[in-house]
Design a protein around this ligand. Structure first.
Ligand SMILES: Cc1ncc(COP(=O)(O)O)c(C=O)c1O
Length: 393
């Protein structure tokens, strides 16, 4: 299977981890040699309820027994998508009410950018340095990392970049700006939180010039940071909210949500302003509905903050200078990229899955399922500190 993997499946790096997966359950992934790995990554923040959560699995099975794909997005009334979008609206502040479901986060970002241009009649998009919003041409155009974009130019025009958290640069948001797009907490950059009322200031400047604010919550959203949505920490409601990853409970999804007035412009002039065959797929929507219900009806979100404290308490080591982030979106920073690489690879040997962040080579990603137990957290932290001990000699 390994040689077929390298021969037939497109690779995205020269050295993939290439672990051979047998099955996964709860906080563990098992390889074909029956070795168990405690999962501190959760499919890059996607498996919010761990692996094969029974409520998600049952929702999928129930839906499979009724129908799978029947029609292109938005034409037929399909209960899972209707219930999911309604539940999202129930948990969002006004005027965020209407949701467009997509197949991936990047596709939802593209939809949000299109919506902003369509609503404002303006073209300029302002993004931030070190931003990551996905890899379609639209999402790539607002990525704040030139090295990864250059070979794919020309990208979409009229995109400007400012520095995240640099309030003095907000005057660049002007009456030419259709939208400012920000990650509520920057992910790829190293789990950087907004500081000193930054999001409130962005909101104010957007309001002053009539620009829309798009918040990308594909990673921090759906309970990972101790509130259902990250923006709840920062007294700032976006005009367009983008979610994905953890919303699907392990199934592929993206979503952008706006006011009905804004969202309805996609219906007309031209009609079919944004279309997708499989967006809102009933099986995926059923899984997302079960996930969102479980996260909002249990005390998992509150537990996230307790689990953060447990990680901080058990992950003290001279080689960890700082732990960035909030809730279960944490990045442990080591002195060098080499040490981080060694930790990630040696922990995998020791049965603990860790991963990197895109643009911060010294960061060790710690984004376990929200359902991880306290014992599992302590066990994982012990593996990391043991590996760090062996590195520091
Ligand atoms: C903040 C953020 N935005 C957008 C995306 C893109 O989502 P997807 O990979 O589902 O297209 C990601 C994925 O890592 C992300 O973390």
């Amino acid at each position: 299977m390994t040689s077929d993997f390298f021969k037939y499946q497109a690779q995205t790096t020269p050295h993939p981890l290439a672990m051979k997966i047998s099955h996964a359950e709860g906080s563990y992934i098992y390889d074909t040699n029956k070795k168990a790995y405690l999962d501190f990554v959760a499919g890059v923040s996607a498996c919010s309820l761990g692996h094969r959560h029974p409520k998600v699995v049952n929702a999928i099975k129930d839906q499979l027994d009724k129908y799978m794909h029947v029609m292109v997005y938005g034409e037929y009334i399909q209960e899972p998508a209707v219930e999911l979008t309604k539940l999202l609206a129930d948990h969002l502040p006004k005027p965020l009410e209407k949701t467009y479901l997509t197949n991936s986060g990047a596709e939802a970002i593209d939809g949000a950018l299109k919506l902003a241009r369509r609503v404002t009649g303006r073209s300029e998009i302002i993004s931030t340095h070190h931003a990551y919003h996905g890899n379609t041409m639209g999402a790539l155009s607002v990525m704040g990392f030139e090295e990864r974009k250059q070979p794919f130019r020309p990208l979409i025009p009229d995109v400007k970049f400012i520095r995240y958290n640099a309030s003095e640069e907000l005057s660049q948001i002007s009456t030419k700006t259709a939208a400012v797009i920000l990650e509520t907490i920057q992910g790829g950059a190293g789990f950087i939180e907004p500081k000193d009322g930054y999001l409130e200031k962005v909101r104010k400047q957007c309001d002053a010039v009539g620009a829309l604010l798009i918040l990308d919550e594909i990673q921090p959203g759906i309970g990972r940071t101790g509130t259902l949505f990250g923006f709840e920490h920062y007294n700032c409601t976006p005009d367009i909210l983008v979610t994905g990853k953890g919303l699907g409970g392990g199934m592929p999804i993206g979503a952008f949500t706006a006011s009905s007035t804004h969202m309805d412009v996609l219906q007309d002039n031209p009609k079919l302003g944004h279309i997708t065959t499989f967006g809102g797929h009933p099986v995926v929507a059923a899984a997302a509905l079960a996930t969102l219900k479980e996260i909002t009806e249990s005390d998992l979100i509150a537990q996230t903050l307790e689990k953060e404290q447990l990680i901080r308490q058990h992950l003290k080591h001279p080689l960890i200078s700082e732990i960035r982030g909030r809730g279960l979106m944490l990045a442990a920073i080591t002195p060098s990229a080499d040490i981080t690489n060694e930790v990630v690879l040696r922990c995998q040997d020791q049965g603990l899955i860790l991963f990197w962040l895109l643009f911060e080579p010294k960061a060790i990603r710690i984004t376990p399922p929200l359902t991880i137990s306290n014992d599992e957290i302590i066990k994982g932290c012990m593996i990391i500190t043991r590996v760090l001990d062996s590195i520091s000699g």
